[in-house]
Design a protein around this ligand. Structure first.
Ligand SMILES: [Zn+2]
Ligand SMILES: [Zn+2]
Length: 175
């Protein structure tokens, strides 16, 4: 996800370069993106490159019910401006206003798309992946994986209810 963009930064404003993206494995925070495929369009702006990224990948995530690792398809789309810290033609420093939220390209003119991908995943809707549509989840009492079978808590609770129902002085329970 690292692009050498010295050539692109030396092109005239308005020039467009399309780069194919392919990444077998890209760790991003708590997840790993697998088989990322897509493209990035680099548009030369007056101060840097406007990157439009469209990519699809598989993300390793935890099942929202049982926490098993599940691969979930994910689409990544963002448009971000990347501004070099030094001008590619003159070597003069390029300043951006405080609070101007752009990504910077270092003096090596390597544009790293990973941070943009990371931000996109952070701001996008939280995923609620399931390892399978009917995942039974974890027992809230003992934490057992209910996909592997009943843990016994439910039966124990049933027995307690039955015992309670059998109490005649139910108004004194709970002490
Ligand atoms: Zn699950
Ligand atoms: Zn249980």
């Amino acid at each position: 996800m690292e692009l050498h963009v010295l050539r692109e930064l030396r092109q005239p404003i308005g020039s467009v370069t399309v780069v194919d993206l392919q990444e077998r494995s890209l760790p991003v925070d708590d997840t790993v993106l697998q088989n990322l495929r897509g493209s990035a369009t680099l548009l030369r702006t007056d101060r840097g490159l406007l990157v439009t990224l469209n990519a699809d990948a598989l993300a390793d995530m935890a099942c929202s019910r049982c926490l098993a690792t599940v691969q979930s398809p994910i689409s990544i789309h963002f448009e971000e401006e990347y501004v070099p810290v030094v001008d590619a033609n003159t070597g003069a420093p390029v300043r951006v206003a405080d609070g101007d939220d752009v990504f910077r390209i270092g003096p090596d003119f390597v544009l790293n798309l990973r941070e943009g991908v990371r931000e996109y995943i952070l701001i996008s809707e939280p995923f609620k992946p399931l390892c399978r549509p009917d995942c039974a989840g974890l027992c809230p009492q003992c934490g057992a994986d209910l996909n592997l079978g009943p843990c016994g808590c439910a039966e124990a609770a049933d027995e307690r209810w039955r015992a309670l129902a059998g109490l005649r002085t139910s108004d004194r329970e709970g002490s």
